[in-house]
Structure formats: C-alpha cells, structure tokens
Design a protein. Structure first.
Length: 242
C-alpha cells in the first residue's frame, strides 16, 4: 500500500473533517469475534487517521465515539464502550499531547460515566494550548440534542433579560452549541458503506461535502482519509452561489 501523501493544493485541503467510525461490529462478526474486538481494532484506525490528518494539513477532526442513541445497545456493549472510551483517552492522552493535538469533548454530561468525563476534562486541560490539530471527541453526542440544549439555554437567557429575542441570529445561536469555536465541517466522512449522517453535527455540516467509503472502520487508515480528501478536492464548493 502506497503511503505517499497525495499532492493537493493547500486551499483544497478540508480544514475540518467529521468522521462517523462505522463498521466495528460487522468487522468483528466477519471474523467470528465479539463486537468489542471490533471497537478495540478501531482505536488504531482512529490514531492512524489523526496522524494522516496532521501530515496532510487538516486542522480539526470530529470523531463520533458514542452517540446519544448508543444507549439503546445491549447493557454489556454500553458498559464496554464507556470503559473503552475512558481507557483510550487515558492511554493516548500523552501521545496526543506530544503530537500537538488539542483534545476537546463535545457531548452531553447526562448519563455519561463520571470517570469518562474526568478523563475527557483532564485531556482537555493538558492539551489546551496545542495548535497542530483539534480533536473533538464526540462522546454522548447527538445533533438534535445539541440544538435542543442550545435552544433551552438561549430561551433561559432571553427570559432572564440577558438577550433580546429580536437579536437572535445564526451567529448568536451558535454561541450556545457544545463547542462554539468549532469550525463548520468541510468533509463529512463515513466508513462501512452506509450513506446516512446518523444525527452527527447537523448544524455544522450544512455545507459539508459527503464521502461514503465502502470500508469497515477497523480497516481504515491514513490512506483512506487521503483518498477521501482527493475526492473532496475535486468538488466545486459554491455555498449557494451560482
């Protein structure tokens, strides 16, 4: 497999790539392994993609690690995923810090294990000044719940008189989102051949280019990302203009 970085003009590189890491369960099933083995194999895929993103010049990655809908999975799998997310962050925190990655948590605290929140907050604190790449770890995240939470906080401020209802704009509203500093998504990448967004970053992805790759997440590496970026670089992004 060629590991050479494709030659793409810097202005054609997406600044923010959102990733739905799909296919861990199917990857494991095809090998007669428990679903948990697929999640474990997916960890290496994510970190190879992060290294590939830094190499090509991507500035921000949002990884869909656990959705608000994932609570519907079996209690054993939920328990595994909670512990796994916590341990991955703990295990990889120093490595990410050394690579200049700024880790940010995006998601709801409600129901999330306090040990997971603790690891995420420690990683945020340790890496806060890093500038090479921002990694948004989306844990207990749902796009609709993010918008509902923002609307609730906004309504509260209007009621308290901190903000006039007439002054609400897209810019004002976005300040109430989980991470107001998050860039809009340029490239939305999903593995496993499924072609849907699954409630991931709907507000931020309104002008994203979508690339659906027919590869299960544990088989993804930096070259998968680079291929998607090559596809992205050929698209004509008009943002509503003629």
């Amino acid at each position: 497999m060629s590991m050479k970085i494709p030659n793409i003009a810097p202005e054609k590189i997406p600044a923010h790539v959102a990733i739905v890491m799909d296919g861990n369960g199917r990857w494991a099933k095809a090998r007669g392994l428990p679903r948990t083995a697929g999640h474990e194999a997916g960890e290496a895929a994510l970190f190879d993609v992060i290294e590939g993103a830094i190499a090509i010049g991507v500035k921000e990655i949002s990884a869909y690690a656990f959705s608000t809908e994932n609570w519907r999975r079996s209690p054993d799998e939920v328990k595994f995923l909670m512990g796994f997310n916590r341990d991955v962050i703990r295990r990889r925190r120093d490595q990410m810090h050394a690579m200049g990655v700024h880790v940010r948590w995006v998601g709801r605290p409600k129901r999330l294990w306090s040990s997971v929140i603790n690891e995420l907050e420690q990683a945020e604190e340790l890496t806060a000044k890093n500038k090479v790449l921002t990694l948004n770890m989306c844990v207990n995240y749902g796009g609709r719940s993010e918008i509902v939470d923002a609307a609730t906080a906004l309504a509260r401020d209007v009621k308290r008189g901190k903000l006039s209802a007439d002054k609400i704009s897209e810019k004002v509203f976005s300040r109430y989102l989980d991470q107001p500093q998050m860039r809009d998504v340029d490239l939305f990448l999903r593995s496993s051949g499924e072609m849907r967004t699954s409630n991931f970053l709907p507000w931020q992805s309104v002008y994203a280019e979508f690339v659906f790759m027919d590869v299960l997440w544990p088989d993804v590496d930096r070259t998968t990302l680079w291929k998607a970026i090559e596809e992205y670089s050929k698209r004509d992004r008009r943002f509503g203009k003629a």
